[in-house]
Design a protein around this ligand. Structure first.
Ligand code: HEC
Length: 394
């Protein structure tokens, strides 16, 4: 059926917002305001037309022309146009939905009970209006190895928790890291011991539970501990957070072990990994040829604030290119774990190639160092990193 040309809120706009916006823009959500009702949307219509047109919202930094992802977010060209013509056309509400209908439904996946809930100790941010990066150590008390096929990070305080990174420590040496700030000089001591299977999961607002394909699971060894690295947004008043991690154990036999491949600064081919003050350096990675065929489930690029862009692809022994990720405008605040729609097979003998660009000049408004200073590798957000983290199975 062809509808009248001018879209209405009820018929055309509300469904777009329910699908693409309200996960975050609802009371208690991470978005700065709610976008559930006609009034909510009309009040900010100009702004909304702008941020959707430039594809700033919904946030999804990766180039969807380069590769598609299962957890892709974004409006189609026609959805963007519908919003534009609705705003220009006078923002008609349209026929009101019957009671109970048309309510924004945040579709949650089927309810599943976590097998292990790991809560950090409550933490209070000071309310000094500054960002706060903290490490937390959460004992897992595992007496035997467990197989995890889904991972969920649940922020305790959605207004505060900006993003977080979950790591597993099986060295048993990290208990003292609990509660320390990233600028605590003591943090350097903990970086000296390499973690066995360091990276578990990177969370940003709007990331749902990560579930591996049926039969695939990640092994966590008995005696391991969990380390959370949490980035708290600036807050004008003191406030508390107690975030938790929910682990789901595999209920079917584990046919495929999910492993993590972390390419780091050590894989950079143009060493040293140093960004001299007032330069815009690029670094390159070349990893391979890989000794066995692997199947990639996901990729998570990681840089800090000086990062500008990152691109990675693989070259098969036959010379075919397999696109992995391209982020043209790196956004430190929106670091996602990108899940491929299907496992990407990298045949034995393939090489992964990556390229990252940084801007360590005074002209970079995001430069955390004023004046610019020479920056090298480090966990602090004033240092830099170049990581590509993959989940894969054999
Ligand atoms: C994954 C969570 C998420 C989704 C989905 C999302 N937003 Fe947002 N939105 C945010 C957050 C967080 C902010 C505030 C920080 C920022 O601007 O990045 C924001 C900010 C905004 C702003 C203010 C921008 C500014 O510069 O202050 C507008 C307008 C907006 N969103 C509209 C939308 C619309 C419309 C959609 C759906 C098409 C949407 N958002 C989807 C999380 C989200």
């Amino acid at each position: 059926m062809i509808r009248a040309q001018i879209p209405t809120y009820t018929a055309d706009i509300q469904p777009i917002f329910a699908l693409h916006c309200s996960t975050c823009h609802q009371p208690g959500g991470v978005g700065p305001f709610s976008l559930l009702t006609y009034q909510d949307v009309v009040k900010r219509s100009k702004f909304i037309a702008k941020v959707t047109q430039i594809r700033y919202m919904p946030p999804f930094p990766a180039d969807r022309q380069f590769q598609h992802y299962a957890n892709e977010r974004g409006l189609s060209e026609s959805e963007i146009n519908t919003i534009q013509s609705w705003v220009k056309g006078g923002m008609a509400e349209g026929e009101k939905p019957k009671a109970g209908m048309g309510k924004a439904q945040v579709e949650s996946s089927e309810p599943r009970k976590p097998d292990l809930i790991l809560k950090m100790k409550p933490y209070t941010v000071h309310g000094d209006g500054r960002e706060d990066f903290r490490y937390f150590h959460v004992p897992m008390n595992l007496s035997e190895d467990v197989w995890v096929d889904a991972i969920e990070f649940v922020p305790g305080n959605r207004k505060l928790v900006h993003h977080s990174r979950l790591m597993v420590d099986s060295t048993g040496t990290m208990a003292g890291i609990d509660g320390i700030a990233e600028d605590d000089p003591h943090l350097r001591d903990f970086q000296k011991t390499p973690l066995a299977d360091e990276f578990m999961y990177g969370w940003v607002p709007g990331n749902d539970r990560v579930t591996f394909p049926v039969g695939a699971a990640k092994r966590i060894r008995a005696g391991s501990d969990l380390i959370l690295n949490v980035h708290y947004a600036p807050s004008a008043k003191a406030d508390q957070d107690q975030s938790e991690v929910r682990l789901y154990f595999a209920k079917v036999p584990v046919a495929r072990v999910v492993k993590t491949l972390s390419l780091t600064e050590n894989n950079v081919t143009n060493q040293p990994f140093q960004l001299p003050a007032n330069t815009r350096p690029a670094f390159y990675m070349n990893y391979g040829p890989i000794p066995d065929t692997i199947r990639l489930l996901s990729v998570m690029p990681h840089m800090h604030r000086l990062g500008r862009s990152m691109k990675a692809f693989a070259i098969t022994p036959d010379g075919d290119a397999i696109n992995l990720i391209s982020i043209a405008d790196w956004d430190y605040n929106w670091q996602l774990t990108y899940f491929f729609r299907q496992m990407l097979v990298l045949p034995k003998g393939s090489t992964i190639i990556a390229e990252a660009h940084y801007d360590n000049t005074d002209q970079n408004p995001l430069n955390p160092n004023h004046p610019a200073r020479t920056v090298g590798y480090g966990w602090n957000s004033t240092d830099e990193m170049m990581n590509l983290v993959f989940y894969y199975v054999k």
